[in-house]
Design a protein around this ligand. Structure first.
Ligand code: 5RP
Length: 226
């Protein structure tokens, strides 16, 4: 199977996972990226079974609307049962690296509101130690050089993601060569640097369930020690 076929299979499985618990007045949080796009397309078939969605990016909002799904402002929502999103890496505790698509900040906000974060990914995303994928950090533009210097002090090798402006009007630094053995501490430390909006570690609020598309079918993993 190709990577796209694995992504589609896991997205379809995620729809089947939430389907029995969908209710007419429910709002579903939706992530960003190619796996999330497969999820949106599969979810759209069942759009009469829930009220609408909150989107983690302008791109996701556009795709949801194209399917005729109502998109709500998060500020109008008091609770959300599910948030479904992809990831760039996951460890066994379902700590994630996200932000390959530069949507990490809105993704982290929507995940914070949801009761259950279902991460959907192909099997290449499961790793023993996070950090082979460069860690995205969203930064206020005027703080770019300062934040880069501070990231070097933390042992990373930051690179400016050329030509990318986030939905929030900020820039992305991708931090290479960090072996992230304590994701909760690293997430907090980076977020304390003045000028950082947030970083792509989802460890303080990890996924609750990881659905992995593998050649042998979709495997559902629950976090250890969560
Ligand atoms: C976007 C993300 C995505 O979830 C992550 O990059 C995975 O993307 P894809 O599903 O295309 O592999 O965090 O900011």
């Amino acid at each position: 199977m190709t990577q796209d076929e694995l992504k589609k299979a896991v997205a379809d499985a995620a729809v089947q996972y939430i389907l029995p618990r969908l209710e007419e007045d429910m709002i579903v949080g939706v992530g960003t990226g190619s796996t999330a796009n497969f999820f949106i397309d599969a979810l759209a078939v069942h759009k009469t079974k829930f009220d609408g969605c909150v989107a983690s990016s302008e791109e996701t909002a556009r795709r949801l609307k194209e399917h005729g799904i109502e998109v709500y402002d998060l500020n109008t929502i008091s609770e959300m049962e599910f948030y479904i999103d992809g990831a760039d890496e996951s460890n066994e505790h379902l700590h994630l690296i996200k932000g390959g698509g530069a949507a990490l900040t809105r993704e982290k906000i929507v995940a914070a509101v949801a009761k259950e974060f279902v991460c959907i990914a192909d099997e290449s995303k499961k790793v023993d130690v996070l950090g082979n994928f460069p860690l995205p950090v969203e930064v206020i533009p005027m703080a770019r050089s300062h934040v880069a210097r501070e990231l070097v002090k933390l042992g990373g090798d930051p690179a400016y993601r050329e030509g990318v402006v986030t939905d929030n009007g900020n820039i992305i630094l991708d931090v290479w060569n960090m072996s992230i053995v304590d994701p909760i501490t690293t997430e907090a430390k980076i977020n304390q640097i003045a000028g950082v909006v947030t970083n792509g570690l989802f460890a303080d609020r990890p996924a609750n369930v990881l659905m992995l598309g593998t050649k042998d079918g979709v495997k559902t993993v629950k976090a250890k020690n969560q």
